[in-house]
Design a protein around this ligand. Structure first.
Ligand SMILES: NC(=O)C1=CN([C@@H]2O[C@H](COP(=O)(O)OP(=O)(O)OC[C@H]3O[C@@H](n4cnc5c(N)ncnc54)[C@H](OP(=O)(O)O)[C@@H]3O)[C@@H](O)[C@H]2O)C=CC1
Ligand SMILES: O=C1O[C@H](COP(=O)(O)O)[C@@H](O)[C@H](O)[C@H]1O
Length: 517
């Protein structure tokens, strides 16, 4: 692979039809029906349909193969759905006539079917529509591919999966049916396992795509490359050199109309148990045998299983003032909108290294980053260590970047030291390159049958095992959040915990992304 292109070993093609048949993953051509269930909802309009549009625009969804269906209970016409979606695909006033035409052609591919989630009538109607479209599309040897995206509350997953299985499976020999399910996948270990069992009774694991959109972010996808394709990092990535790791998610807005949903889940279930824990796996796991999805997921499960029970004194919870003003949030809500939790791994590589996982809503900034802090240099001949430690920072968003904080000689006649950085800011380094949206990438993976960036059942179980005891105590009101001011850094106790974990702040040093001017 001299081109430096991503090389996924699992792809093996039939000699008969090299491009059309991936033996392990099912056919890659033939009619493709993408069904968005919950098409009237928030996720569908903001993420799913726009991602499909971007794939269409880049030629990944050829019109001679693809049909898109929306399904929900709301009674609306095809045109009404298309009109609802339009505004999320393009801003009319900025768009050229060519762009508007592309949008119109894409919207024309979408057909809406209305029906309930628990009765066969609606799904039989959906199946009839799919069959009708399949008969019109190119079908290599009559192959059909059916992708069902559940943009729905998890409470309806079991009945929807049952309806798909009963009424809407691919009917061609050698075609496939896949389902994409969103988070939250369960509320604790027991409910997640129950849901997995219900869905697992209907579909095989290779048909189930548990999506976690953080796994589609550019710099999250870069983690394995960074760790395992750079000699520089290999000998450093362990307890001998790394003092602590932080994985941080901050949002500068509150629950904003989603209070009712959020209050049943809280920040640990909304962000930490899934998004941040997936990032944690990629930082902490061992090198997989290969890039095959199962090899990667095997290593993720192992590291999750090596996490020791969370200690009470290594948790700080917070709730921002004003959270309970939302009419959909109970006045006595104990739900955390902020949490900082230290995870510890009991293995040869990481024993003694705290992983501080922190997430909060209504804070003073919006960003997600990984911060790997190295230990002090032994024998400080420059007497410079009070200036700060080496830190490797991976900024997931906004302004994707990686930078390494270093101590260097202050330029000039004197021998003094100063903190500086090696900086790889994506906007500057990759000018003109459009970084794809996470959902765009992940939906393409589902079509290609690549489960590398999706959560396997045992991985999900291991992740709930880590957080369920703490979550149950919070649910029972045994663990109380500190209050914090909206727009602040969160509760001061979280900074104390960070300090206790051994994080050394570099005072007076601020990294600002380089500007293009
Ligand atoms: N919104 C977001 O940004 C994100 C959402 N998610 C997840 O994606 C999924 C969908 O989210 P979102 O679109 O916000 O959800 P919505 O609340 O907008 O629900 C989607 C659709 O499901 C139907 N629906 C809503 N409530 C019920 C119910 N109680 N029983 C049956 N059907 C119902 C409605 O369609 P109709 O009444 O027309 O049938 C609705 O339009 C959820 O699992 C969510 O956690 C994940 C990440 C981000
Ligand atoms: O899954 C979720 O993620 C969003 C944050 O996603 P991002 O890609 O903008 O970082 C969060 O706002 C939401 O509460 C949560 O459900």
């Amino acid at each position: 692979m001299g081109s430096g292109q991503w090389h996924v070993e699992k792809r093996c093609f039939s000699s008969e039809s090299p491009q059309s048949m991936d033996l392990e993953n099912g056919p890659e051509t033939g009619s493709l029906s993408i069904v968005v269930l919950g098409a009237s909802g928030d996720l569908a309009k903001k993420k799913t349909f726009p991602a499909l549009f971007h794939l269409y625009r880049q030629g990944f969804l050829p019109v001679d193969e693809v049909s898109i269906f929306g399904y929900a209970r709301t009674i609306i016409s095809n045109d009404e759905l298309r009109e609802r979606l339009r505004g999320y695909l393009v801003r009319d006033k900025d768009a050229s006539s060519e762009e508007l035409e592309v949008v119109a052609k894409f919207l024309h591919l979408i057909k809406y079917v209305s029906g309930p989630y628990d009765s066969e009538d609606g799904f039989r109607l959906l199946d009839k529509e799919i069959l009708e479209h399949e008969s019109l599309k190119t079908s290599a040897k009559g192959l059909s591919r059916r992708l069902f995206y559940l943009a729905l509350p998890p409470s309806v997953y079991p009945s929807v999966c049952k309806m798909i299985k009963t009424c809407c499976m691919n009917k061609s020999d050698g075609g496939w049916t896949r389902v994409v399910v969103e988070k939250p996948f369960g509320k604790d270990l027991e409910s997640a396992e129950q849901l997995s069992t219900q869905i697992g009774a209907l579909f095989e694991e290779p048909q189930i795509y548990r999506i976690d959109h953080y796994l589609g972010k550019e710099l999250v996808q870069n983690m394995l490359v960074l760790r395992f394709a750079n000699r520089l990092f290999l000998p450093l990535w362990n307890r001998d050199n790394i003092a602590n790791v932080q994985i941080v998610f901050r949002e500068d807005f509150g629950t904003e109309g989603r209070g009712g949903y959020f209050d049943q889940y809280g920040i640990i279930r909304d962000i930490i148990q899934n998004h941040l824990l997936q990032v944690f796996c990629l930082i902490a796991m061992e090198k997989p045998v290969s890039l095959k999805p199962e090899h990667i997921r095997d290593e993720k499960v192992k590291v999750l299983q090596s996490v020791v029970p969370i200690k009470d004194e290594e948790v700080v919870l917070g709730q921002y003032d004003g959270y309970r003003n939302d009419p959909t949030v109970p006045n006595n809500s104990n739900t955390p909108t902020f949490a900082s939790v230290i995870l510890r791994i009991d293995n040869e590589r990481w024993e003694g290294v705290p992983f501080i996982i922190k997430a909060g809503k209504a804070l003073n900034s919006r960003k997600a980053e990984i911060r790997v802090q190295f230990k002090d240099v032994p024998g400080d001949i420059f007497k410079c260590q009070k200036q700060g430690r080496n830190e490797f920072v991976i900024r997931l968003q906004p302004e994707e970047a990686m930078y390494m904080k270093l101590t260097v000689k202050q330029p000039g006649l004197e021998m003094s030291t100063v903190q500086s950085e090696l900086d790889l800011s994506y906007r500057q380094r990759y000018q003109g390159v459009k970084i794809p949206e996470a959902y765009e990438r992940l939906i393409l993976d589902t079509i290609r049958g690549d489960q590398q960036h999706f959560v396997r059942r045992d991985e999900l179980k291991a992740s709930w095992e880590i957080f369920t005891p703490l979550l149950h105590r919070i649910d029972k009101g045994e663990f109380k959040p500190f209050s914090y001011q909206a727009g602040s850094r969160g509760p001061a106790e979280a900074d104390k915990l960070l300090e206790k974990a051994g994080y050394v702040q570099t005072h007076g040093y601020v990294w600002s992304p380089p500007s293009l001017e």
